[in-house]
Design a protein around this ligand. Structure first.
Ligand SMILES: Cc1ncc(COP(=O)(O)O)c(C=O)c1O
Length: 357
């Protein structure tokens, strides 16, 4: 079997760039991880739980699902846990895709939608990110008589742009029941406009799945835990494809503690919002083409060749992501870091690009 697909290209690791450059301090601003690190409450709980790892975890992740359900005012039967939200995307494609079905994505967007869809033998169609009305009309026009999945990241990765809830509701109403609408809210917590996201849509539409993750604002990317929220029948359909012990005992415990750690959550949100405003101002001040991001990163066009820019920044201690690996050639995506990292980065960009400070 030949799959016409390019494998996911992750952000470079700190240890490999450190070895290459010999620099002691490297800032990884490439994979939208939390620059403040994990929730300390989650870390403390995982330390205590280490002695119990000889046992298999709770197969249905009961307590973790209950905590998430309470947090979002839904019922535990409307929640499914995965090894990262990426696993939930995979389960959704198992449940709704196959040969003869279609997947609709925006271009550019998170590459895994395409990957999972192709892995199920589905046909992938795309609509350019642009004017919101055009994108939504474009998606609806492609649905036609077929059946499949519409994948939307909201905020979108790599652009950081958002579709307001009212427009999502409009789109859900225009899709037939044979289409599953996946609203991937990995970055919802960073939104300044509608940080509660679109969970309420699952009450109105049985074919809407919202996905979220503990990898971003909660700083737990390394333990791989995310979840999906949808109507009970839909969650049961996804559950059919889930392995019995897909989330670890440490992850299940960490989730409960992380949801309780409102201090870490609020601090992460405010560090991101300040850093993002600074980098957006920087782009505007220097007339750099960029997208108005509501997420924890900004996609911008550097005034030099993309790969040369990425390696020049690595030599100066900053790992950023080349746009070509994210469907946006000629651009770079920068994750918002701590205030100190943003100071250093902005100074470095001004020197590298010969910009007035
Ligand atoms: C839009 C989007 N969705 C999903 C994910 C997957 O996150 P995870 O599997 O760590 O939950 C990412 C990771 O970068 C992402 O950017």
């Amino acid at each position: 079997m030949t799959l016409k697909n390019s494998p996911y290209v992750p952000g470079r690791r700190v240890d490999e760039v450190r070895e290459e450059t010999g620099l002691a301090v490297i800032s990884k601003l490439a994979s939208n991880e939390n620059p403040l690190g994990p929730s300390p409450l989650a870390v403390a709980v995982m330390r205590t739980a280490l002695n119990d790892v000889a046992e298999y975890p709770d197969m249905v992740a009961g307590q973790a699902r209950e905590a998430i359900a309470k947090h979002l005012s839904v019922s535990p039967e409307e929640v499914i846990l995965g090894a990262g939200s990426d696993e939930i995307l995979m389960l959704a494609s198992c449940a709704a895709l196959g040969p003869g079905r279609s997947a609709i994505v925006l271009d550019p967007t998170f590459p895994q939608y395409r990957q999972h869809s192709l892995a199920r033998g589905a046909n992938v169609l795309s609509v350019p990110v642009g004017d919101l009305d055009d994108s939504i009309d474009g998606i609806v026009n492609l649905t036609g008589e077929g059946t499949g999945v519409v994948w939307l990241a909201n905020p979108n990765n790599p652009t950081g742009t958002v579709i307001p809830n009212a427009r999502l509701r409009d789109l859900a109403g225009r899709l037939g029941p044979d289409w599953l609408l996946v609203v991937d809210e990995a970055y919802v917590d960073f939104r300044s406009d509608e940080p509660d996201g679109a969970v309420e849509l699952i009450r109105e539409y049985a074919n809407v799945l919202v996905t979220r993750t503990f990898s971003k604002i909660y700083g737990l990317a390394g333990i791989r835990v995310g979840f999906g929220i949808g109507a009970r029948d839909l969650i049961a359909r996804l559950g059919f494809f889930r392995g019995p012990f897909n989330t670890s005992q440490l992850a299940q415990k960490a989730v409960i503690a992380a949801l309780d750690d409102s201090e870490h959550y609020e601090r992460s949100r405010s560090v991101n919002s300040e850093g993002r405003a600074r980098l957006l101002d920087f782009c505007t001040k220097h007339s750099l083409r960029h997208y108005a991001s509501e997420a924890s990163f900004i996609l911008l066009e550097p005034p030099m060749e993309e790969m040369e820019c990425v390696s020049s920044l690595e030599r100066r201690g900053y790992i950023v992501r080349p746009g070509r690996h994210l469907g946006a050639p000629g651009m770079i995506r920068i994750t918002i870091g701590t205030p100190e990292q943003m100071d250093g980065l902005i100074e470095t960009l001004e020197t590298l690009w010969n910009l007035p400070s």
